[in-house]
Design a protein around this ligand. Structure first.
Ligand code: GNR
Ligand code: NI
Length: 179
């Protein structure tokens, strides 16, 4: 297993459309294992393959709170290969989202609060389930990555530009501290 470097804005790879997985094999499972290790180390609650530079339609999620301290975290790893949304609720709810590819920036994004999705798991077994709560938020955020979309694309242009300016400023200040 390996922790892989995470691709950050404005890397053009984040704008690529990821390609469907042809078969769930050991090579794919190795990628999935590396994605989990990378996500847990970050830490984050989700990761799409393109965030480690691989343009395949695969994403991993574990909603276990990254900040949880003390005691062994109870892991609940979930794998979504070739996910599709087949239905979504008309009711949108806001959630304060962040993204490992837009480090340390957060903003409220509105999304349907409930979706029905289809996907394959790490054994290639098909699922078709209704999903709500934080899992629905995270799955939609990750599925956007497969289509080259970032959470900041859901904001007004003004909010997006302010957020990206803040990121540039924070990077500049971090650079100074490191020097
Ligand atoms: O770690 C993450 N947290 C998060 C919080 C709110 C909504 C979505 C997310 S996903 C994010 C990890 C990430 O960038 N996945 O693509
Ligand atoms: Ni993200």
């Amino acid at each position: 297993m390996a922790i892989l470097p995470i691709v950050e804005v404005p890397d053009p790879r984040l704008r690529q459309i990821s390609q469907p997985v042809e078969g769930v094999d050991d090579d794919l499972r190795r990628l999935i294992d590396d994605m989990f290790e990378t996500m847990y180390a970050a830490p984050g609650i989700g990761l799409a393959a393109i965030q480690v530079g691989v343009p395949k339609r695969v994403l991993v999620i574990d909603l276990q709170e990254p900040e949880e301290e003390g005691g062994d975290p109870v892991r609940d790893p979930r794998v979504f290969v070739n996910p599709e949304i087949v239905a979504e609720s008309d009711n949108e709810v806001p959630y304060n989202e962040g993204c490992l590819s837009v480090p340390d920036q957060y903003a409220e994004v509105d999304r349907p609060d409930r979706i029905r999705a289809r996907w394959l798991d790490r054994d290639g077994v098909a699922h078709d389930e209704e999903i709500d709560g934080l899992l629905a938020v995270c799955l939609q955020h990750e599925m956007d990555h497969l289509n080259g979309i970032l959470f900041i694309d859901h904001l007004s242009r003004l909010k997006r530009e302010m957020l990206l300016k803040k990121l540039t400023k924070q990077r500049r200040e971090q650079g100074k501290r490191a020097a």
